[in-house]
Design a protein around this ligand. Structure first.
Ligand SMILES: NC(=O)c1ccc[n+]([C@@H]2O[C@H](COP(=O)([O-])OP(=O)(O)OC[C@H]3O[C@@H](n4cnc5c(N)ncnc54)[C@H](OP(=O)(O)O)[C@@H]3O)[C@@H](O)[C@H]2O)c1
Length: 296
């Protein structure tokens, strides 16, 4: 760093996009002492951040021009492209860290566009909700321009723990989507469980402690156990085999039908179980499902 480079906490940052997440990111930067410039399409959302010391930018161009590090957090990457396409001259020589949720291909396209215009591009995936930002358990995955990431890592650390996943700009999005897939899978299972228990008049709050403990216990076994099976290719199990799982599946679907609850879970699980058993994997554990998903 040149001698004139400000101390890490004094490095200016611009945040464009002040929805629930962007506002939390900007607030964390302000709290860490960074001079923070903010811009949002709906200007009124800058108010609370200005009250915390942020400088409002009148235009996206002014927001970009204010800092060497520009953080974007919009709804989609279509929004990102639309916003920044006219601003390549302003962005040249700066780092754009895009924390908008998107696909690996979108991240790679944005990285190629940025490279064409002399913009250092880092893509990110936020593994937190806004309330977790700058707190325990939050982390952000980053990939893309490694030198730009290294130069700004200390600043980015004000948002959440930083996890570098590689120079392929698409990797952060891939890891993000894989992690979120696990979350949505759990979410639909939890919703199905509450729908079923609720159909018998059991208040959700009475069932919540049991469901929480059960999901945690199963997660702690299934997640590392599945990884071990995938990496070793050894799917045989003394925990619970696919044949048994297929045999008990009607108990769920019949009970849903009797209780007037739709089935959002087993409709996708059943064909995988059936195929695995038909292909001779009945004695294997649920980890075999990964192979079934990889071979349509
Ligand atoms: N909230 C979470 O828990 C969470 C967690 C991880 C990742 N994320 C990701 O973070 C991103 C933002 O999420 P959020 O929760 O902050 O959403 P949000 O509260 O709905 O905010 C969306 C932001 O995008 C802006 N925007 C949308 N379309 C735009 C356009 N065409 N031009 C300019 N600005 C536009 C909105 O501006 P206006 O205010 O003018 O509408 C607003 O600032 C998403 O990609 C989301 O997946 C969110």
């Amino acid at each position: 760093m040149p001698a004139t480079d400000p101390t890490p906490a004094a490095r200016p940052v611009s945040v464009l996009g002040l929805g629930m997440m962007g506002s939390a990111l900007a607030a964390a930067l302000l709290k860490a002492g960074h001079p923070t410039t903010v811009w949002n399409r709906t200007a009124a959302k800058t108010g609370p951040l200005v009250a915390q010391g942020a400088t409002p930018a009148d235009t996206p161009a002014a927001g970009v021009a204010a800092s060497p590090l520009v953080i974007a957090c919009l709804t989609t990457n279509d929004n990102v492209r639309e916003l920044f396409a006219p601003l390549t001259a302003e962005l040249r020589g700066r780092t754009l860290v895009n924390l908008t949720n998107g696909t690996p291909s979108q991240a790679r396209e944005l990285a190629a566009w940025a490279a064409e215009h002399g913009i250092a591009y880092v893509d990110g995936g936020i593994m937190a909700v806004p309330q977790m930002i700058a707190g325990p358990g939050a982390y952000i995955l980053y990939s893309g321009d490694e030198a730009a990431y290294a130069a700004h890592r200390d600043t980015l650390a004000a948002l959440a723990d930083t996890r570098w996943v590689g120079t392929d700009a698409g990797r952060a999005a891939l890891w993000d989507l894989a992690l979120l897939t696990g979350m949505y899978g759990m979410g639909i299972g939890v919703a199905q469980a509450y729908a079923l228990i609720g159909s018998a008049g059991v208040p959700a709050k009475d069932f919540a402690p049991l469901l929480t403990d059960w999901v945690i216990a199963m997660t702690q076994g299934i997640v590392p156990g599945t990884a071990e099976a995938i990496d070793s290719g050894q799917h045989l199990t003394d925990v619970s085999n696919l044949e048994m799982n297929l045999a008990v599946l009607p108990n769920f679907t019949e009970t849903f039908a009797e209780h007037g609850v739709a089935d959002a879970v087993f409709g996708s699980l059943r064909p995988l179980l059936e195929r695995a058993v038909a292909e001779g994997h009945g004695a294997d554990g649920l980890s075999r499902m990964v192979d079934m998903l990889k071979t349509p």
